[in-house]
Design a protein around this ligand. Structure first.
Ligand code: GRF
Length: 191
């Protein structure tokens, strides 16, 4: 693995909306010498629980209301450009970015999704998997394209669904894998 100095690291923003466990995990990863990214900004569309991790790691945070998407995205783009941010990781960000925004950051936005894509795009992936008696679920890191959860897959991991699996137990297992997968996917992109 390549060791990178601060200067060579890619300035990155993480977008969240909630709990922020992937944010916390990526912040931790970004502090390792192997990380190709440096987290410069955390964006949230609301006062999310996960913002506390930005404080813990002394990373700048911005809350931008998405009541009017166009205005919100304009504001974000100004900040991203000002800070020279080159890469965006969505981590539980619950707003859909416009075509225009995605175009401006073409191939530079990635997302983590709690299913083995292309199966179960969208929300409530675990409940739907259980309902359909699936044998496995998983998680996927993919590029963000104009179509929801449909961009090119970077890495994914299968998670077995056991006999007495519940939504809670499955979500927990998937999240554990997400925390391994996201850093691996970022290493794959830049190394
Ligand atoms: C994760 O399951 C992720 O796959 C999905 O939203 C959830 C975010 O969890 N996109 P957290 O906020 O990172 O804990």
């Amino acid at each position: 693995m390549k060791k990178l100095t601060g200067l060579k690291k890619i300035k990155t923003a993480i977008f969240i909306s909630g709990r922020g466990s992937n944010l916390k995990n990526l912040l931790k990863f970004s502090k390792t010498k192997y990380s190709p990214i440096i987290i410069d900004l955390v964006v949230s569309n609301k006062k999310a629980f996960g913002l506390k991790y930005a404080d813990q790691y002394k990373v700048k945070k911005k809350i931008i209301s998405f009541k009017r998407n166009k205005i919100a995205e304009k504001k974000i783009l100004i900040i991203l450009n000002k800070r020279n941010i080159k890469f965006i990781c969505l981590a539980g960000f619950m707003r859909i970015l416009s075509k225009n925004f995605i175009k401006k950051f073409k191939g530079k936005i990635v997302n983590i999704h709690p299913s083995y894509l292309p199966k179960y795009k969208g929300l409530n992936t675990s409940v739907r998997s259980l309902w359909n008696n699936e044998k496995y679920s998983g998680c996927s890191v993919h590029y963000v394209s104009e179509k929801l959860d449909s961009g090119k897959i970077i890495l994914q991991k299968k998670v077995k669904i056991t006999k007495n699996e519940t939504e809670i137990s499955l979500d927990r297992k998937i999240l554990k894998e997400e925390h391994k997968l996201y850093p691996k996917a970022i290493l794959k992109i830049f190394n």
